[in-house]
Design a protein around this ligand. Structure first.
Ligand code: IMP
Length: 423
């Protein structure tokens, strides 16, 4: 059973791209299973930095087959742009395949994403504006357009006309916008169809065949557990399932084909967009993490909110994902902090929670209870052996491990592949 899931345990941006890079040599296939071009995976190979949005990180390796699984929403215009940009940098996209079951992001989804956010005012989610939520909403309402629809013009026309009947009413009457014309959309999407045709296949069969052959398949999560539609900080979440269960549903494989779940965890906490963040530091500590960690969103360019490590959040992720191991990233970012805090519990109205609270109000108003640890005040970015880390850094790692209850097997102390400690 050579299926490995790699996912984020916080609010995304944990550095998942680096894990793919580390394990790529052994992989035959990399599968994205949810989300869309809201994701931003930064991968650094041979000193070249690449930013990927819809395309799996395995694309950088010629031996890897890359799959955009059933659970994704795809903006074909953006995907083609991303493919062309890779090709112009000398990276082949010949081994990229897309599920015919993917739902397509249509122009009205992007329009509705941004006008709805504007209308929400102070209650906005802070979405990436890529049309993700409205596309998943149409999928659930069973009025979505799928990649396979591009190859049956009659069906496409019928579905699009049906969808536009409602969308145009909403856009013109509710938001005072111009209506869209089915004919124009069909003309535009037919061009994309031609371009993508040979890549749109039955990816579930492709993945299962690979697993049955004994090939190592890597399921690459986007966003993170706290952005999961069911298990995250709803409604300040994305509209898909980044959790481990989502990997099976979003790629069409059964859970018995998975033998390992790697939780990628940043040594502190960040989030982009709105929503509760109990350990957020709107002060010089948060600012320092932001600056040293280069905490700027890959997709939107927004500065990420920063705060102390929240063990309750990661413990929650360990539970809902059945994590086998943790890959701890960006430990080096904390190297110049004299004291470092870890939230080990929350307090709300006289009650102490050392587990993820069952009600959103508690999570929104929780006051973190912190442990304070000594910093190590030295450069650790060249260290490759765990025993060589300063005592205080090891104490920090082992405290997190104890609180979360999952072994930390890898520790990243810098962006390059070499800057990783294997325990
Ligand atoms: P949406 O996915 O564009 O609908 O945005 C919903 C929420 O998820 C917003 O708070 C976004 O900032 C956040 N989000 C979406 N994708 C990512 C990601 O790749 N990293 C971090 N946050 C994300």
């Amino acid at each position: 059973m050579p299926g490995i899931i790699c996912l984020g345990t916080q609010w995304g941006d944990e550095g998942k791209g680096k894990v793919t890079d580390m394990l790529a040599d052994k992989m035959k296939m990399v599968v994205r299973y949810q989300g869309g071009n809201n994701a931003g995976h930064t991968v650094i190979v041979d000193n070249v930095t690449l930013k990927l949005h819809s395309i799996p990180s395995g694309i950088l390796y010629p031996h890897i087959v890359n799959v955009i699984g059933d659970g994704l929403v795809v903006d074909p215009k953006d995907l083609i742009k991303e493919m062309n940009s890779l090709v112009s940098q000398g990276i082949s996209t010949e081994k990229l395949f897309i599920s015919g079951n993917c739902h397509l992001i249509m122009p009205y989804h992007k329009i509705l994403d941004s006008v709805r956010e504007r209308k929400l005012g102070k209650y906005k989610i802070g979405t990436t504006g890529k049309g993700i939520g409205p596309t998943y909403a149409d999928k659930a309402a069973r009025i979505g357009i799928r990649a396979q629809d591009l190859f049956d013009i009659k069906i496409l026309e019928q579905k699009l006309e049906q969808a536009l009947k409602e969308k145009n009413q909403v856009m013109t009457k509710l938001y005072n916008l111009k209506p869209l014309k089915a004919k124009e959309l069909i003309a535009e999407y037919s061009v994309y169809a031609k371009y993508l045709k040979k890549r749109i296949v039955d990816t579930s069969k492709m993945i299962n065949d690979a697993l049955d052959r004994g090939d190592k398949v890597f399921f690459e999560g986007a966003q993170g557990t706290m952005l999961d539609i069911d298990h995250g900080s709803y409604p300040y979440v994305t509209s898909s399932s980044p959790v481990a269960g989502g990997a099976c549903a979003g790629s069409g494989v059964g859970p018995l084909k998975i033998n390992k779940v790697i939780g990628v965890t940043k040594a502190y906490t960040t989030r982009v967009g709105e929503g509760p963040f109990p350990t957020e530091q709107i002060n010089r500590f948060g600012q320092k993490m932001q600056e040293i960690g280069g905490e700027v969103g890959t997709t939107t360019g927004r500065a990420r909110r920063c705060g102390w490590f929240d063990a309750i959040v990661v413990k929650h992720a360990a539970s809902v994902n059945s994590l086998s191991v943790i890959f701890l990233t960006k430990l080096d970012v904390l190297s110049s902090f004299k004291k470092i805090k870890i939230a080990s519990a929350y307090n709300y109205r006289g009650k102490r929670y050392d587990y993820f609270p069952p009600h959103q109000t508690i999570f929104n108003k929780a006051k973190p209870e912190y442990m304070e640890l000594d910093g190590w005040n030295s450069d650790i970015s060249g260290i490759t052996k765990y025993e060589k880390l300063p005592r205080q850094a090891r104490k920090y790692v082992e405290t997190i491990e104890k609180l979360v209850g999952v072994p930390i097997k890898y520790i990243s102390v810098g962006p390059s592949r070499r800057q990783t400690i294997k325990r």
